[in-house]
Design a protein around this ligand. Structure first.
Ligand SMILES: *[C@@H]1O[C@H](CO)[C@@H](O)[C@H](O)[C@H]1NC(C)=O
Ligand SMILES: *[C@@H]1O[C@H](CO)[C@@H](O)[C@H](O)[C@H]1NC(C)=O
Length: 166
């Protein structure tokens, strides 16, 4: 009886989205991160098919890249000694947004092209890490943590394109 009532408490839509979340996360190296992130992100939990979930994942990456680029821009303004590096980082994050937007447009027709374009974002995060990874100041450390999170989100977005056949 206890088991049955537990099953009844799970709504059908939650079960459906779990299936799509699993379909994506099985293609992500850190599946634990992927599961935790998507199962606690309301738009992902309410996705009704794999394609919309993939869109939600890419949108999350775009929004995160926008915020991180914004942080780089603020840092460039605030810290004269970091200006050149962080202007460059902001520019690189614009590139991440651009590739993710391209990928979002390609997702339906060609998940493989979307996969390729998202993969190019990993070159950018690597470049950014080389650029400021050696800095010891707080702003750079915060920015490095944001970049690690960006990498995690890129991995999930790549997993989404693979799940769609890319
Ligand atoms: C995987 O993700 C979990 C949850 O975010 C994190 O605690 C763990 O350190 C990650 N593992 C690796 C190898 O990055
Ligand atoms: C992008 O980031 C800026 C702050 O840097 C914010 O004001 C803006 O709302 C963000 N746009 C989107 C679409 O997330």
């Amino acid at each position: 009886m206890a088991v049955l009532s537990e099953i009844l408490l799970i709504s059908p839509s939650a079960l459906t989205s779990t299936k799509y979340i699993d379909a994506i996360c099985q293609h992500v190296e850190n599946g634990t991160f992927c599961m935790q992130m998507l199962r606690t992100y309301p738009p992902a939990v309410s996705a009704t098919d794999l394609f919309s979930l993939a869109n939600i994942v890419i949108n999350l990456g775009i929004s995160y890249a926008n915020n991180t680029g914004g942080y780089a821009a603020e840092t460039a303004k605030r810290e004269p000694t970091l200006k050149a590096q962080f202007n460059s980082c902001q520019h690189e994050y614009d590139g991440i947004q651009l590739y993710l937007r391209m990928a979002r447009g390609e997702l339906k027709e060609s998940p493989m092209s979307a996969n390729y374009d998202i993969f190019r974002c990993t070159d950018i995060t690597m470049y950014v890490k080389d650029l400021v990874g050696g800095n010891r100041d707080t702003a750079s450390k915060t920015f490095m943590e944001m970049t690690l999170q960006m990498e995690n989100l890129i991995d999930v977005a790549i997993g989404a394109t693979v799940a769609l056949g890319g």
